[in-house]
Ligand binder design. Structure first.
Ligand code: P1T
Length: 380
């Protein structure tokens, strides 16, 4: 079955008891057992819940994996993966990953004896050079948040495999509709389902997907041990969002192209970061691993923070907010919002400058989006 069909049906057969066409929300914490010492299919909802199972099966199918796990947030999924390491293990991570992921690695997990090296993975040699004997994990996002850099999943996977390290790809920005990292050699895909998968900015959730049964068993064990699980209602909402993922992503793709073209023409815009730029230097990688350019872009505005503030405060269709991937257009200033937890020196070195603005282009009428931006730019 093809993507859109799987999005609607994978893991979501009509309920065998009632015939309910949509997956029921199983609001239960525990399940009756056949007898002491005899376990039924479900025992306790921290371990498993039928609404969550439906979501996990659907996610596995959409990412071309075999096993999915749904989590209470993207960060809970990330934390659980990292908990599979032990003291002294080494992780190589992309240098402009989501600020919250960087904070978790640096401010929390370093205290537990994990080692982290950050490199620009746009050049795979940087990853190869950073490999150590104790490297267990390579962690990348592509496109990166917020600079929209493209990382060659296949090349990084070859390097990771040679080093016997697992490659984790955070696929939040693309969604499974536009990119399937497992097909390019990744070992684990992680998502913040808060974003495109949920799609309506009404929940917080996360997911991991893998083809490897041993990786799945380890993550499942850890998830149950630490309790990083979503409630059934949130699982239902993600499932409902996923049903329209394909049509939403098509519209995100179209709208974002139009917005990027508008921004590229503005004299006050220094640079646009968007995978769909006609002269993008990594076009061949984009063509190989992505099925569209997605709904995210960032740009640098001439004049620094005050100009950014002025523009953002003048907009009325775009909402100034963190997060991304919902039906509504969001705009934000990474230096003071999503990436404020990255120390200033490091931020500037990476290119997350004070005049960088990130946009999550929604699926409103694109004419209204362009008009809103136009009004904002005129006021600068
Ligand atoms: O917020 P949560 O569901 O825990 O997901 C964390 C996360 C993980 N990975 C990526 C690539 C992300 O962008 C995020 C969350 N990001 C934002 C809130 C943001 O505005 O960028």
């Amino acid at each position: 079955m093809r993507f859109s069909t799987r999005a609607i049906h994978a893991g979501q057969d009509p309920d065998p008891v009632t015939g309910s066409v949509t997956v029921p929300v199983y609001l239960t914490s525990t399940y009756q057992q056949p007898g002491p010492g005899k376990e039924g299919k479900y025992v306790y909802s921290r371990t498993a819940n039928p609404t969550r199972t439906a979501l996990e099966e659907c996610l596995a199918s959409l990412e071309a994996g075999r096993h999915g796990l749904a989590f209470s947030s993207g960060m809970a999924a990330t934390t659980t993966i990292l908990l599979s390491l032990k003291q002294g293990d080494h992780v190589i991570a992309g240098d402009d990953i989501y600020g919250g992921t960087y904070r978790l690695f640096e401010q929390v997990l370093r205290n537990y004896g994990l080692q982290f090296t950050y490199v620009n993975p746009e050049n795979p040699d940087n990853v190869e050079k950073a490999i150590r004997k104790n490297t267990q994990l390579v962690w990348i996002e592509t496109p990166t948040n917020p600079l929209m850099r493209i990382v060659d999943i296949r090349q990084i996977s070859k390097i990771s495999k040679k080093a016997h390290a697992l490659l984790v790809v955070d696929n939040t920005f693309m969604s499974p509709y536009l990119q399937n990292p497992l097909e390019h050699g990744a070992d684990i895909v992680v998502h913040s389902t808060t974003k495109y998968l949920g799609g309506h900015s009404d929940l917080i959730g996360g997911a991991t997907i893998t083809k490897d049964v041993d990786v799945q068993s380890r993550l499942k064990y850890l998830q149950n041990a630490v309790g990083a699980v979503p409630g059934p209602l949130d699982c239902y909402l993600v499932l409902r969002g996923i049903k329209t993922l394909a049509v939403r992503m098509d519209r995100h793709n179209e709208n974002t192209r139009t917005v990027s073209e508008f921004l590229a023409k503005q004299p006050k815009v220094e640079k646009v970061n968007y995978p769909g730029l006609p002269d993008h230097p990594q076009r061949s990688i984009i063509k190989r691993q992505m099925k569209g350019n997605g709904g995210m872009l960032s740009f640098q505005l001439r004049g620094g923070f005050n100009q950014c503030k002025k523009l953002l405060e003048r907009l009325s269709v775009f909402t100034v907010a963190e997060s991304l991937g919902g039906v509504e257009s969001l705009i934000e200033h990474p230096a003071s919002m999503t990436h404020a937890s990255v120390p200033r020196d490091r931020r500037l070195k990476l290119g997350i400058s004070d005049n960088l603005i990130r946009v999550s282009v929604g699926i409103e009428d694109v004419e209204d989006l362009v008009q809103d931006l136009n009004r904002g730019f005129k006021a600068l």
